[in-house]
Design a protein around this ligand. Structure first.
Ligand code: NAG
Ligand code: NAG
Length: 391
């Protein structure tokens, strides 16, 4: 009897799976009760957590594709993070682009206040948040941490500690796991060799450096798991011999490199930096590169949810981000027209992103020179445009 009933059961499952799939592909919006896409899923301003588990609260992973929102830097400043300011940026992101989430980028805050203010603003505006703890882009300057109250700690440690403190003891601690979708550890630590041991010559795969990085990632993830929040590293895996393996005939690394292999067991999530721009790809080839990167992640790291948390183009020359003539990197052509073409091409490929269950943030909202969507006069580079969330 058993094999027969089993085969009936699996036939039924197959049939319902097929019709479920047909309905799924016709669907244009999420279940109204799941966050952050459902119209009925509302964070409570009185800070009471929803009456469902965290798993039931968040929309299913299959809903996470297409445009989520912006990478929102809190860099260079410890001033511009009042709740009212964060909130007004969020309102503009929602109103003009239909954003549902933000990704915090290099939050240079060394108290719990920034975390609390972002949570408050996100709750008021009903948006999800990807948090990040990262070194300042200029590295781990011990002389600066000495000026702060915790002389023993590096910047990354101070950031981590203030985030953990907010999650454990602030008035937001109960609701925070319903606001924070995922957590990123560091920002391109391999490319910048942020966790490299002294004397490593910038080689992130040297054993002591590798230990620093994987231990740091693993400890951070353990802490995030106390709140049910998945964690990952914020990196570009198109780094042959490090994140990816030795390049194959198509130029992409085959399999995982030394650092990628060491990190894989301590990740829940891929926060990918897919950056045609920094790989000196011309605008007309940028989507092909991007799509091939998505396929690379799906081939070699298929078990993880994939969000492209950093992807960019520039509107103009900028010594940091388009210094080709001077610095020899990021030599792609840059203009408002190229910027617009890049993002509209990504948007036009919503069906591909859906097929590969890949969501993305636009990097960046502000503070990144000519990568910014928001201009100094308050206008945006691409007006009257709502990139597709559903397709
Ligand atoms: C990495 O580990 C070495 C010891 O192997 C230590 O001296 C160094 O400070 C560590 N670096 C970081 C960034 O944690
Ligand atoms: C980096 O370190 C690894 C492990 O020690 C070594 O195999 C590799 O050759 C080094 N890479 C460079 C470019 O020195």
């Amino acid at each position: 009897m058993k094999p027969i009933s089993l085969s009936f059961a699996s036939l039924a499952a197959l049939l319902s799976g097929v019709s479920g799939l047909a309905r799924f592909s016709e669907r244009s919006t999420s279940n109204p009760n799941c966050f952050p896409f459902g119209s009925q899923a509302k964070l409570n301003a009185n800070l009471q957590p929803p009456h469902v588990s965290r798993e039931e609260w968040w929309c299913p992973q299959s809903d996470f594709y297409g445009f989520l929102g912006f990478s929102f830097p809190f860099q260079f400043t410890n001033m511009d993070f009042e709740v009212a300011s964060i909130s007004s940026h969020m309102q503009q992101m929602k109103r003009q682009f239909g954003a549902t989430m933000i990704r915090m980028y290099i939050p240079e805050s060394y108290t719990t206040q920034l975390w609390e203010n972002v949570l408050e603003a996100a709750i008021l505006n009903n948006m999800g948040v990807v948090v990040q703890v990262a070194f300042p882009i200029s590295g781990n300057d011990a002389s600066i941490s000495r000026r702060h109250s915790s002389p023993q700690l590096s910047w990354e440690k101070v950031l981590e500690t203030t985030l953990f403190e907010t999650l454990a003891h602030s008035k937001y601690s109960k609701i925070a796991p319903y606001v924070i979708y995922a957590a990123e550890y560091l920002n391109e630590p391999v490319g910048d060799c942020d966790m490299c041991a002294a004397g490593s010559n910038g080689n992130a795969s040297e054993p002591a450096s590798l230990t620093n990085l994987t231990m740091g990632m693993s400890n951070f993830r353990k802490e995030m798991h106390k709140y049910g929040i998945p964690a990952g590293i914020s990196e570009d895996w198109d780094r042959p011999y490090l994140m990816s393996g030795a390049p194959g005939s198509d130029g992409l690394g085959v399999g995982l490199g030394t650092v990628g292999k060491a990190l894989e067991p301590v990740l829940d999530f891929i926060h990918a930096h897919v950056m045609a721009y920094y790989h000196n790809i011309q605008i007309d080839d940028a989507w092909t590169y991007t799509a091939n990167q998505v396929l690379w992640y799906k081939k070699y790291l298929p078990q993880f949810p994939l969000i492209i948390s950093e992807m960019m183009w520039a509107t103009g020359y900028n010594v940091l981000h388009a210094g080709g003539y001077i610095t020899g990197f990021a030599i792609a052509e840059v203009s408002e027209a190229d910027y617009t073409k890049f993002w509209k091409t990504v948007d036009a490929n919503c069906a591909f992103l859906k097929e590969h269950n890949t969501a993305y943030f636009i990097h960046a909202w502000r503070q990144q020179g000519t990568l910014n969507m928001l201009q100094n006069d308050g206008s945006v580079v691409i007006p009257n445009w709502k990139p597709k969330k559903w397709c």
